[in-house]
Design a protein around this ligand. Structure first.
Ligand code: NAP
Length: 256
């Protein structure tokens, strides 16, 4: 397996904690060359040290996905550090809770600016490098919330995550002639710093809804991203994979 991954160069946005860090761990352990990004430089340094302690080496790039110029710099830096980009994991995202009546224009701008604009800016900035790769892969971290399920207080977030899938399908067709595939992972409830921000009561209620009876780990999403980036998935594009421990399956509450 290490042989397959040794020459693969992977850029992960929002890789300083949570799901992005789990994706970085899985790719780095597989043997890939990995760079992680985030806005907070200190958090990136902590993440790099955490990964190094478990034998996974990564580079770090400070960048804000909501800013298109920052994304251009991010892609240039990743090309410099890694020697090119074969895989972009467009993972950075935010999910602040807001009741519909309370959502302000700036709340909408923040959520869509990071989750939708940030994904598009990241892909745009990396697209030339991905084409040059000859085996380019984009893996978007969407969510079950929006595309599959609903959650009070996350309507604007759900809309942004559903928008991501619209982008994935058209981007898959547009980039196919360049042998670049574009797919999405739809996580259920994954144990991350961001999820903890929703409060212990909400997190406990989420866990109670999962047939496999645990929250997901960030590396569970990492393994799904690794599949989409693998040689074995070369013919898979424009698709979504739900990784949720069965959370979206039960038809009756007692089946959970
Ligand atoms: P998290 O723990 O809050 O981590 C978010 C990461 O994104 C951090 O590294 C953060 O670093 C970075 N980030 C946020 N805004 C950014 C920006 N403008 N530019 C660059 N980096 C930015 O969140 P998470 O739970 O891991 O979620 C990651 C992704 O998974 C999101 O897209 C989320 O929608 C999706 N997701 C999560 C769950 C879940 O249960 N956790 C479920 C479904 C989908 P900085 O703050 O330093 O920038």
């Amino acid at each position: 397996m290490a042989e397959e991954w040794r020459s693969v160069r992977v850029l992960i946005t929002g890789g300083s904690q949570g799901i992005g860090l789990g994706i970085a761990e899985v790719f780095a352990r597989a043997g890939a060359r990995v760079a992680i990004t985030g806005r907070n430089t200190a958090r990136l340094a902590t993440a790099r040290a955490r990964l190094a302690a478990c034998g996974a080496e990564v580079a770090t790039i400070t960048a804000d996905v909501a800013d298109s110029r920052s994304c251009v710099r991010m892609a240039a830096e990743a090309e410099n550090l890694l020697g090119g980009i074969d895989v972009l994991c467009a993972n950075a995202g935010i999910y602040p809770e807001r009741a519909i009546a309370q959502i302000t224009p700036s709340d909408l701008d923040r959520v869509f600016g990071t989750n939708v604009h940030g994904m598009v800016f990241s892909v745009q900035a990396c697209v030339d490098a991905l084409r040059r790769s000859g085996r380019g892969r984009v893996v978007v971290t969407s969510s079950i919330t929006g595309p599959t399920t609903g959650f009070p207080g996350l309507s604007h977030y759900g809309a942004s995550k559903a928008a991501q899938l619209g982008f994935v399908r058209s981007a898959a067709v547009e980039l196919a002639p360049h042998n670049v595939t574009v797919n999405a992972v739809l996580p259920g409830s994954i144990r991350t710093e961001g999820l903890d921000g929703l409060g212990p009561e909400t997190v406990d209620r989420m866990q109670a809804c999962i047939p496999l009876n645990r929250l997901g780990e960030p590396t569970d999403i990492g393994h799904a991203a690794l599949f989409f980036a693998s040689e074995g998935a070369a013919f898979v594009t424009g698709q979504s994979l739900i990784v949720d421990g069965g959370q979206t399956l039960p038809e009756l509450p007692e089946m959970r």
